[in-house]
Design a protein around this ligand. Structure first.
Ligand SMILES: *Cc1c(COP(=O)(O)O)cnc(C)c1O
Length: 480
């Protein structure tokens, strides 16, 4: 580490170290703000990937037995300089990787405000304002997605929790005894349909929900990473014949690998035909609702029984902010209701803890709320369209240079194959990571190895994309 943790014992008493007085707090806040802004400013010139010397770091860490106290400044310096070296930087404009965003400034500030007040948002009576704000934001997002009025939902820790919520709703609706008896309530094994390109969190969700991973039927894709609708239908029919119990279709709008959208309208028809719950997992791609010229890509999402959209992906909130949207929110208590005598309940309002998976609840929604309040939908439209235009720039130029764009997506994600006879995509990605200015990934799309580039950071510039194009091209012809 460049910053060694200095043994500067705290001069204040130990409780004041944790709960400093107002004047000290203000000074400390200024100190942190100053250090943070400097560190963020320096990120642009830093390698995107971790550079930390792990041996030294682990020795430093091993020496911390928490018997000595340290000054606030020394600890903060060590922490900020450590993070500067010890992680992949999604706040760097060269990060063109997974769906992790550089957060909007209002979102970052929202996190800080929520931390200071630390409301307990599990129950309305303890945090009326936070609960009503979250409900309002969820309704606004559902409306923007075209869902019927009356749709609702709640904030979650992320897409996995939102998908898990959908899973529990679908199982409970299909068999009301599931709540008490679990999987054994079903006469026949429950089946949930995802595509081969769906997010693998579904497997963990099936495990957690007690129906087991075998309940997940993975439907082959159509050559472009989407549900093969006729295949989906025939698998459902085969399952019914075999005595299984189809429960839910979990379509994806914006696959993790390639930004592909399942045929949502076909999925709706099939779900209706067999009485299944339709969930649309739009954890990343759902943000396209903010771009009127592109939201048609999601057409059909408005007919879903429930939808996942992460605030902490393309909506650029800080980590740990997902959204679960549902057409019929009054169904949620059937899944999550309990009566706890010690909880200060109120007949007229909705308490999050009996409508969602979490109990103690952070004021998660403040981050998207402040972003929308300060920037409006327009600012997200700019942000989304900026990402789209950068990806177009990249794919157009690389196509001219003999690269092949494999995924026919209208989202800001490109799965590319280099010209033949050169290094493999995996090797090319390694070269880029070694160069240090950008972070991209190797992936597989429809059985092929590809170089995957995804724009999530509003501060990524055309110059940085042009630089990446040159680096990719050089890496691809390295041994031709
Ligand atoms: C990211 C993602 C998830 C998982 O969401 P988390 O927020 O990481 O829990 C699920 N589905 C899709 C399509 C995703 O992109």
């Amino acid at each position: 580490m460049s910053a060694v943790l200095k043994l500067t014992p705290n001069v204040v008493s130990s409780t004041n170290a944790l709960f400093p007085d107002l004047k000290t707090r203000r000074q400390m806040d200024d100190y942190v703000g100053d250090r943070l802004h400097t560190a963020m400013n320096e990120l642009v010139a830093r390698p995107v990937s971790p550079t930390v010397e792990l041996g030294t770091f682990r020795a430093d860490l091993a020496a911390m037995d928490f018997q000595d106290s340290h000054s606030f400044e020394a600890a903060v310096d060590w922490m900020i300089s450590g993070l500067g070296e010890g992680m992949v930087h999604m706040a760097s404009p060269g990060y063109l990787g997974l769906f992790n965003p550089k957060p909007t400034f209002p979102a970052e500030v929202g996190d800080r405000i929520a931390a200071a007040f630390n409301p307990q948002a599990c129950v309305w009576s303890h945090a009326p304002l936070p609960v009503e704000i979250e409900t309002h934001v969820i309704a606004a997002v559902a409306k923007k997605a075209g869902m019927p009025s009356g749709s609702g939902g709640h904030f979650t820790s992320g897409g996995s929790e939102a998908n898990n919520t959908a899973f529990l709703c679908a199982l409970t609706r299909a068999e009301s005894n599931y709540a008490d008896h679990g999987a054994s309530a079903f006469d026949g094994e429950p089946r949930i349909y995802i595509s081969d390109e769906s997010h693998l969190a579904w497997l963990k969700i099936a495990h957690q929900s007690g129906v087991g991973r075998n309940a997940i039927s993975r439907v082959p894709t159509d050559g472009q990473g989407r549900f093969d609708a006729p295949k989906l239908k025939s698998m459902i029919e085969d399952d019914i014949k075999a005595g299984h119990k189809p429960v839910m279709i979990a379509a994806t709008a914006g696959t993790t690998n390639a930004g592909m959208v399942d045929p949502l309208k076909d999925c709706r028809k099939i779900a209706d035909q067999y009485g299944l719950w339709l969930h649309v997992d739009a954890a990343w791609g759902g943000a396209l609702i903010a771009s009127p010229d592109n939201s048609d890509v999601l057409s059909g999402i408005e007919t879903a029984d429930s939808v996942t959209i992460d605030a902490h992906k393309w909506f650029a909130s800080t980590m740990g902010a997902g959204m679960f949207l549902i057409q019929n929110p009054s169904f949620l208590p059937e899944v999550f209701n309990v009566s706890a005598s010690y909880m200060p309940s109120n007949e007229e309002t909705i308490d999050p803890y009996v409508n969602s998976m979490q109990w103690s609840r952070r004021f998660i929604g403040i981050r998207l709320f402040l972003s929308l309040l300060i920037g409006g939908w327009d600012s997200f439209q700019d942000h989304i369209e900026h990402s789209l235009s950068l990806i177009d720039r990249l794919t157009e130029e690389l196509s001219k240079r003999g690269w092949t764009l494999c995924n026919d997506s209208r989202m800001a994600i490109a799965c590319l194959q280099p010209p033949t006879n050169g290094p493999e995509p995996g090797e090319i990605v390694e070269t880029i990571l070694e160069n240090g200015t950008h972070w991209i990934s190797a992936a597989r799309f429809e059985g092929e190895s590809v170089v995957r580039v995804c724009v999530t950071n509003y501060e990524t510039t055309e110059l940085q994309i042009d630089d990446l194009i040159e680096q990719l091209d050089r890496a691809a012809i390295a041994r031709r």
